[in-house]
Design a binder for this molecule. Structure first.
Ligand SMILES: [Zn+2]
Length: 278
């Protein structure tokens, strides 16, 4: 299959069409799994559970099997879910995530069907992260995420010093609490009212690539620390490795005034360079 000759809009339209077909297939798989479960075919075929059948016979990874089984079970109780997955309103993984929450909640109380329907509706068009957040807020407000990373001896020493300095706020020296205090400090510093964008007094003679600190701070604040790349009203959500970009290139006479500056993530910065060189 040679796609290199396709126009960009053709490529995108066909890809969109393919993902629609992919969702259709996924929902068929869910219906087939329902029937296999109903007939207990997995037992007859020698598997102890539907999960074992999915991983050993259908060769799904454990994670793939898990989301399909969860979504299928939800579809048994609320058949409309299958339709919504087909339409792309609810992703397979969000449906599975919701079912996981319902299952755990049902160990404590009966979760009425109307509640499940309402929760599902709130998940329409949500990303995985948004859905997780909504579900956690509703069913597991104490949910904590385990963070782990490798720290250099230098970082450990710095953290120890911070612990000492901030002991009056965190007597126990709890690491999570310490990081929260440090994060609050960083965010508070950022919340300082934005200084008025300085009017750069640029002339040909003193022209410099250097963007004054105050202008930098202004641009970051204005962008709300988020990449400003936008197309057809869709703005990039990245906050990763953001850099200030000259809209009209500096080399082509673009100024350091805030109107000519924007914040881009590293991927969009590279993409811009790629477009300019292409
Ligand atoms: Zn971006």
């Amino acid at each position: 299959m040679d796609l290199s000759k396709k126009k960009n809009n053709e490529l995108l339209e066909e890809l969109k069409d393919l993902t629609g077909q992919e969702r259709l297939i996924v929902t068929r798989v869910l219906l087939y799994l329902q029937e296999v479960e109903k007939r207990k075919l997995f037992l007859e075929e020698g598997y102890s559970s539907l999960f074992a059948f999915c991983t050993e016979f259908l060769l799904y990874t454990p994670a793939e099997a898990q989301v399909r089984i969860e979504a299928m079970r939800l579809g048994k109780e609320i058949p409309e879910v299958i339709e919504k997955i087909k339409e792309g309103k609810v992703s397979l993984s969000n449906a599975a995530e919701a079912q996981g929450h319902f299952r755990r909640e049902e160990k404590k109380r009966v979760v009425p069907k109307a509640e499940k329907e309402e929760v599902l509706e709130s998940l329409y068009d949500c990303t995985t992260r948004e859905a997780e957040k909504k579900l956690n807020e509703r069913y597991d407000p104490e949910a904590k995420v385990k963070l782990s990373f490798y720290a250099s001896p230098e970082l450990l020493e710095k953290l120890e010093k911070c612990k000492g300095l901030l002991a009056h706020q965190n007597y126990e020296g709890d690491l999570a609490k310490l990081i929260e205090i440090l994060a609050d400090k960083a965010l508070k510093a950022d919340d300082a009212p934005p200084r008025r964008a300085p009017q750069a007094q640029e002339t040909q003679e003193n022209r410099t690539r250097y963007i004054p600190k105050a202008t930098q701070a202004f641009v970051w604040k204005r962008a709300n620390h988020q990449c400003e790349y936008e197309k057809n009203g869709k703005r990039c959500t990245s906050r990763h490795a953001l850099e200030i970009d000259h809209i009209v290139e500096y080399a082509k006479g673009g100024s350091n005034k805030p109107e000519n500056l924007r914040l881009l993530c590293s991927a969009h910065n590279k993409f811009r360079n790629f477009q300019q060189s292409g």
